[in-house]
Design a binder for this molecule. Sequence first.
Ligand SMILES: CC(C)(COP(=O)(O)OP(=O)(O)OC[C@H]1O[C@@H](n2cnc3c(N)ncnc32)[C@H](O)[C@@H]1OP(=O)(O)O)[C@@H](O)C(=O)NCCC(=O)NCCS
Length: 267
Amino acid sequence: MQGLVQRLWPAHCHIGDLAWQRTQHLGREDEWPTALWWRGDDVVGWGWTHLPGHLDFLTADPATADEILTWFAETATADRRTVTVADNEPVLLHALARHGYRPADEHVHHYLARDLTDLPDPAPPPGYALHPAEDLRRRADVHRAAWHPSRVTEDSYRVVSATWPYRGELDWVASTADGSYAASCLVWLDEANAVGELEPVGTDPAHRGLGLGRAVCLAALHALRDSGARTAVVFPVDSPPAHPGAMALYRALGFREYARSRTFASG
Ligand SMILES: CC(C)(COP(=O)(O)OP(=O)(O)OC[C@H]1O[C@@H](n2cnc3c(N)ncnc32)[C@H](O)[C@@H]1OP(=O)(O)O)[C@@H](O)C(=O)NCCC(=O)NCCS
């Protein structure tokens, strides 16, 4: 699945999304029927159903897109089926229209990018230090605080950190004087396309509004550039009031929008 994302980049997901989404929680495999379509030794399409009725899929081939949507209709257990793609993916958009899907106003992701030239230096507020995460328990704790309620645990984070293409030197935190973590930014590097994705980013509510989100992202972006990437992307969800600061943070960091997600529904 990640190989196809790399070959078709830019797509509506990055290899880091697949790594993060499939590993951040333990024991969800039964909720996710997943199938691959092959031509010879190459994967040319994949479908990932989120039961009861949501699909994530990717292919550049219209006939394969038809097969994946047929498979999804047989796999989903809900009467109403939804699919989310990006508005710059015509093969997927046309396939959805052929199968009777209609636009539904749900769950807009903004696709944002920034090239890695002219990065400002990170300036953490006094009393905080920026460094790669060394302690997985604290790393999971700061994620849970920022994303409350979250099912991420030290054990699930261990799986995240063992999943390609995780790199410890791209997993940044801001820590307090007592050593606990107050903010975090994990970056996934796609070396083939020289593009890194920020996923996820978060600041503990007790430490928000101090510039920590900005500082920890800039530290991670410098490390990303030093690892050979030319571009960073991030895909925040537009669903205030749950995440009111995300777009403001990324715009302030110089990210600009290049696409949006669109959700379609059938049934
Ligand atoms: C989004 C989040 C990471 C911001 O963290 P933070 O440490 O408070 O952010 P900072 O203090 O560094 O602020 C960075 C910029 O974003 C702006 N900002 C942050 N939160 C904001 C809010 N709630 N409303 C408006 N602007 C906000 C700040 O004004 C600042 O802009 P500036 O640099 O021009 O002054 C934090 O609110 C959070 O963890 N939210 C929940 C998880 C989440 O949404 N993560 C990102 C989704 S991909």
